[in-house]
Design a protein around this ligand. Structure first.
Ligand SMILES: [Zn+2]
Length: 157
């Protein structure tokens, strides 16, 4: 492969590059962002590459779409150490950090079936509290039940 071809594969003109995604988590990240259904944005994945920081990692490049901070904060569930670059005209225009706040509001539904948030007659925001970050511990604000990441990923809003 010549240098020119390599560049075409790895560089994007405009869009978002998400680096330091835990190895194997790229597809979940795409689902979380709703990018996989949105065929308008070409996506390239680099999976399982060596990382100086955390062993192995995935990298995601989404063309022609700048992810908002709101979208990025969803990543905190599965890629809390991700670093994000917004690319414009082939160069890094902005860097963004994924931040896990104290609460995830309307990101995912509580996984406990009897939670008040599942009652359609009493609509309210879905609030998952971040009790601890290392390791990540999440609880529903309403029923207090612990929430597993794997289950929450199935319950994204
Ligand atoms: Zn709940």
């Amino acid at each position: 492969m010549s240098g020119g071809e390599m560049r075409r594969v790895t560089a994007i003109n405009n869009g978002t590059v998400i680096d330091h995604v835990p190895a194997g988590a790229a597809l979940s990240v795409l689902r979380m962002l709703g990018v996989s259904e949105d065929r308008a944005s070409p996506v390239s994945l680099v999976m399982n590459v060596p990382s100086s920081k955390h062993g192995r990692k995935d990298i995601i490049k989404v063309e022609d779409r700048e992810l908002t901070q709101d979208e990025l904060d969803r990543l905190a569930l599965i890629a809390p150490k991700a670093s994000v670059a917004i690319i414009r005209s082939y160069s890094v225009a902005e860097k963004r950090v994924v931040t896990i706040g104290e609460e995830l509001v309307n990101v995912a539904r509580c996984t406990f079936s009897n939670c008040i948030t599942t009652n359609p007659r009493e609509p309210q925001d879905h609030r998952i509290r971040v009790v601890a970050t290392e390791p990540l511990e999440l609880r529903c604000r309403y029923c207090g039940r612990p929430q597993e990441i794997a289950d929450l990923v199935e319950n994204l809003i």
